[in-house]
Design a protein around this ligand. Structure first.
Ligand code: DGP
Length: 120
């Protein structure tokens, strides 16, 4: 689990690592994923370091609400807000076994292609 000093997403928040930022709020930042899995693949993170979405919910529910609102704004900006526009997924991988590789809470906003269920 990365501590804030070595966390790659904290470094993006701090401007030490460049990213393509598409939206931001006082408490959250949205930027394009380095390794996109769909035509739209944007990561939405808190500016503060929290390990995962459950930890964020416990520590700061208002910041989680802000993160989800920013994800909804990104989806709308990308033309993916609702079913008539194709829709989107907001995914929080939580724990290494579920595919989490960066231990700073992030929602994946995915869209622009058909989505299968159940996910792999
Ligand atoms: P997850 O596997 O759910 O922890 O997703 C982590 C995502 O973060 C993965 O899709 C790749 C992305 N990622 C990792 N490092 C960087 C980076 O330095 N810049 C950007 N833009 N994305 C990154």
């Amino acid at each position: 689990m990365a501590d804030p000093e070595s966390c790659v997403f904290c470094k993006i928040v701090g401007g030490e690592i460049p990213a393509i930022v598409v939206a931001e709020s006082d408490r959250a930042l949205a930027f394009r994923d380095l390794n996109p899995q769909a035509p739209t693949h944007v990561l939405v993170i808190t500016r503060d370091h929290h390990t995962d979405v459950g930890a964020l919910a416990r520590a700061d529910p208002a910041a989680l609400a802000d993160l989800v609102a920013l994800a909804a704004r990104v989806a709308a900006d990308e033309g993916l807000a609702d079913a008539s526009a194709g829709g989107h997924r907001l995914v929080f991988n939580t724990g290494a076994g579920a595919g989490q590789s960066v231990f700073h809470v992030h929602g994946h906003v995915l869209g622009g292609r058909p989505m299968r269920w159940p996910p792999g």
